[in-house]
Design a protein around this ligand. Structure first.
Ligand SMILES: [Zn+2]
Length: 243
């Protein structure tokens, strides 16, 4: 089903625009292939169906589709990316990263259902931020994330989410930027430590395997070790005088 008030982009049927967003939609079209490539490379699988991206010319268009306040982009439940006009104004430089971030959510949603609660929020956001090389967590710093870890404000990667009870930033005493940053850095650590194992875990998840069982199968341990690991890496980075 297509959203009312949008027309397809003449050159790329994956992109739909509100009339008035023509030049904005041209920018999206020019960046879409690269964003798709980055997501498919990280996830290790192609998109299940061509992604759909809706480009809003006006704030009213965006808030009609995305009720959560304060966002610049979102994936709505029928698996469409919606982009706010802010990404064509003062935040135009964020478009490539945010587009990639949202497409990671969309990619997972195509296989497992929109924002599936059987995968924790920290993983959804960490993976999308990893695909986008940090986009979504730009406002936090590694230093602030490390300070939070030492103060005990750290994502508990072993906590389970269920429908109606999802653990978000505030559950761990974090703001959204540090929540995203810790989640992103944790997944980057796993990916860099053993890219093949990371890809095996991702593939199992995308085939619908249980999140924690798949992790235990690939890594022969449970997730409670992740928080310790993250703190140790932060400490050793400090010892070496790294940023
Ligand atoms: Zn996100």
């Amino acid at each position: 089903m297509q959203a009312m008030g949008f027309v397809p982009h003449a050159a790329d049927r994956r992109v739909w625009l509100e009339p008035g967003a023509e030049s904005y939609a041209d920018r999206v079209v020019s960046q879409l292939d690269q964003a798709v490539f980055r997501v498919e490379r990280l996830h290790g699988l192609p998109f299940h169906a061509p992604p759909k991206v809706y480009v809003c010319a006006t704030p009213a268009c965006f808030t009609r589709l995305v009720q959560t306040p304060g966002l610049t982009a979102a994936v709505v439940p029928d698996n469409r990316v919606v982009l706010s006009p802010r990404l064509n104004g003062p935040e135009a430089h964020r478009l490539p990263g945010i587009l990639t971030h949202e497409l990671s959510h969309l990619h997972l949603g195509q296989r497992l259902g929109h924002y599936t609660p059987w995968i924790p929020v920290w993983f959804h956001e960490g993976l999308a931020t990893l695909a986008a090389e940090g986009a979504g967590a730009e406002l936090g710093t590694d230093q602030a994330a490390c300070d939070a870890w030492r103060a005990g404000r750290v994502v508990d990667f072993s906590r389970r989410d269920v429908p109606g009870r999802r653990h978000r930033a505030a559950d761990f005493g974090l703001d959204i930027n540090l929540f995203y940053r810790q989640s992103w850095r944790m997944l980057a650590l796993l990916r860099d430590h053993d890219p093949d194992a990371f890809l095996r875990w991702l593939k199992m998840l995308q085939e619908g395997a249980d999140f924690h069982i798949a992790f235990a199968d690939v890594y022969a341990t449970d997730m409670s070790m992740l928080t310790r690991l993250l703190c140790e890496v932060a400490a050793s980075d400090d010892a070496r005088g790294h940023e």
